[in-house]
Design a binder for this molecule. Sequence first.
Ligand SMILES: [Zn+2]
Length: 502
Amino acid sequence: MEVQKIKLEPIRKTIREQTGKLRVAAYCRVSTDTEDQKTSFDGQVKHYTGLIEGNPEWELAGIFADEGITGTSAAKRPEFQRMVKECEEGKIDLILTKSISRFARNTLECLTFVRHLNNLGVHIVFESNNIDTRTAFSEMLLTVLAAFAQEESRSISENTSWGIRKRFEDGVTRWSRLYGYEKTADGEYQIVPEHAAVVQKIFELYEHGESIQSIRKYLAAHGIKSPTGEPKWTDSAVHTLLINERYTGDIILQKFLTEDHLSHKSIKNDSTEVPSYYIENHHAAIIPRKQYDRCMKIMGMRRVNGHRKEHDTGTCNQYPLGDKLRCPYCGSVLYQRAVPVQLKHKKGWVCEKGDDACHGFIIRSNIVETALLEAYKKLEAGKIAEKVNSLRFGADAKLALEIRKAHPVMKSVDFWWVDDLIDHIEFGAHSRTDREYRRLAALGEDVVDDRTMKVFWKCGLITTVMSGVDADREHPPMIAELYNSYLERQKEAQKEKEAETA
Ligand SMILES: [Zn+2]
């Protein structure tokens, strides 16, 4: 095995041996122009000044500092250039610097300058790499050193993202533009009242059942300019605004992260490697959390089947009663469906199970809504007040009182109050026709309960009202029968169609 011979240069005599004092300079650099690193830049200057002046054998030959320049070549670092020039003029014996990556941008540059300065009799101390070019200097060391530089160039990229990550963990974030806010001198979010009012209006309209399209029209009709200053809003601008969680004062950090040190591309953070952070109360809220959540819930319900499909047999929009209604037979959540069977109002709530045990329970949507408005009327403020001190229902009771006070009568079933007030709704069996009722009533049996709707309020109260179903015309089992035969016919028609095309 051949042993490679490495020619070691003799350790040079230091200038100190000739003049007594070593003229020491320091070189500092910061690679990213953020406030934090600016501080560390000032810190570096202070550190080196103290270090050099504190050593009786040293003489300060200058602090050279390139500020706020990201990974730039030496040619673009004026202070570095000036320092090299002073070395060439014989004014400096030793340079202190934090690390190779701060000193040079890449392998080649590092090698070039270390060699050049070495030839001039100037040595370099890389503090964090623990390398002093005075103690041992060879091509071999330089090669190792250069490899370090390559490696560190990567690690500095990782350090930068780590630094950002750290600031995210500490709740410090970079400012990014958001309609409704402006940036203060300190980089904080500050509410712009005029824009914030627009944001609040948009959420309010959405929460009260307006569609994105109608909100867009409302904004145009009121001459409200878009976030980008256009005279008209787009649907997507309204949608984007509605789904922005930052209006609640909370923030999700690190949605995007820097991919690598070479490309510096941003990629979406899918949270498999680097965590996202959710910070509550990061800045002043424009929209209460609850209102925001509700709007998201509405959006979810609309998305289930937002398109007009009322003559279809698919599910209708679940909005505004959502998942509040329960099947009287099996307790399952009812779904709103288009029920095109002898009904003026075509939406009905259907038990998805729809098997014999459930008697195919169906109830017209408008009947449910009318009954619910009636139930709201019967919800007494005095009764709610009794629950205010309850451990379990206190908070909901307080809210219910507020709503009751502000709205003695509700004119329509809206998601906002349904969601605030109602836990769930149950129905009586609705199993008998009017003839059966009359027969049973004649026998003195209590049959009233059969056609009831029971509202379970979140404040712990229960209100029972008559559902208003006319058993002769529309009692659920009868409608279910018609509905099912309709579905059968549809299926048959579909089969025939498929057979034709096949
Ligand atoms: Zn059922």
